[in-house]
Design a protein around this ligand. Sequence first.
Ligand code: NAP
Length: 515
Amino acid sequence: MTELLSNYLGGTWQRGSGAGTALFDPVLGNELVRVDATGLDLAAGFAFAREQGGAALRALTYRQRAALLGEVVKVLQANRDAYYDIATANSGTVRNDSAVDIDGGIFTLGTYARLGDTLGDRHHLPDGEAARLGKDPLFQSQHVLVPTRGVALFINAFNFPAWGLWEKAAPALLAGVPVIVKPATATAWLTQRMVRDVVEAGILPAGALSVVCGSAAGMLDALQPFDVVSFTGSADTAAVIRSHPAIARRSVRVNIEADSINAAVLLPQDGADSAAFDLLAKEVVREMTVKSGQKCTAIRRVFVPEALYARATEAIGARLSKVTVGNPRHDTVRMGALVSRAQFDAVQAGLDGLRRHAQVLHDGSRQPLVDADPAVACCIGPTLLGVTDADAAGTVHDTEVFGPVATLLPYRDTAHALALVRRGQGSLVASLYGSDAAALGAAALELADSHGRVHVISPDVAQLHTGHGNVMPQSLHGGPGRAGGGEELGGLRALHFYHRRCAIQASTAVLGTLA
Ligand code: NAP
């Protein structure tokens, strides 16, 4: 039997009373560890976090909490090697892809440590200027933001066990709100190990950071009105969470990050020999292959002018044919595995579904694997599909295959391209490629209402831009409609989710004491 990982709740390490669910190496197929949350006293654990963790965090100022984040960064840096080993074993990722998760998470924490320091030694934040409520300026209204006195429950997806924890925990802890994380079962090990290292280092007050691995059963029932939930995962699970009585009746605040049919568009001003065309081909291939396409922000639809469809097929296909797939421990392998057999099967099924409506332009699904047994390893090569009638391609605009799969689509003019992008019904990110600044700016604004982020790549920023799918802590992450309607990150904007806004109406003398 493999090790049963402990949960950390109520200030103590505790094992579930069940046999546990096994986590596997998706390349070698062996069992790694088990997780279980059966029998935990969730109500008591949540109360401990709320009362002890919350009170201790709120007793600190923003600057002091920012300093704690800085200490957490040091602990995580010191244990990076162990995290990479776990990612290789449990996520099947090559080193560069593990870095997106692990170093991306540490970078995000570090960013919030720096941002938090600028908030100073305060216990609440002013929200705007005071406004007079009548003719006499003596009586005014000042809005303030104060940390919510509840817990922040994170229910996370399998693809970012490290970043997914810290991109949420950094703003929550900085805001003074204790965190309980429930990682996705398939990759819970890395999240659990990071929490273990931070807890053992004794940096955070008791109850400030807890981890429950295993089923989410009963967790939403333990929520109280001032708690908040931040969920990342599928639209189906999001719908279950939204309709839970804690959210529907107790007004527990919820943030949903769900799936998204993200797009990349080459604007019509640039031809097949342009730098913008090359930048598009390069970025599409990067997005299809980083983490084997298991990124919520990955490019799923690629739009090019009709006249460039064949050239784009060639350019993207040529780059994809150089991608080696297999055991991430092998030096020549560029793309590792999907995270589990279940995901492998889901990607195959999704591909089969899309293939019924699209042509295969580059077939990676039967690509030979390097140093991996195709009967065991959850590895699949990248596949580019194509549809020549983009208007009729309903399934393509509506299906997220969570793997190394994208579809190329031709458009007639800019208005047509942008209308097709919007058929994604709200996405996390779209990227635009071109050299005409005015056309790029206009297109970005046209897409702004249906996207959390628009990433514009022009030749002048070819070496500088941060990548279509890379979520930077300075920028908003989330998207309207189908993407879940959530908002995360965006610098200090992320703190709003963990604060309550209140208007204090009083004399200017009283308001003057609120500093
Ligand atoms: P999922 O099946 O919805 O699972 C997400 C989380 O919800 C897991 O921790 C899961 O736990 C938990 N869960 C499952 N059923 C639940 C229930 N009834 N009540 C409460 N929690 C429940 O999603 P996934 O397959 O892990 O993630 C892939 C999806 O996430 C993709 O569609 C992707 O686009 C999306 N995603 C979005 C973002 C974003 O930021 N927008 C980022 C990453 C991924 P168990 O693992 O224990 O079942």
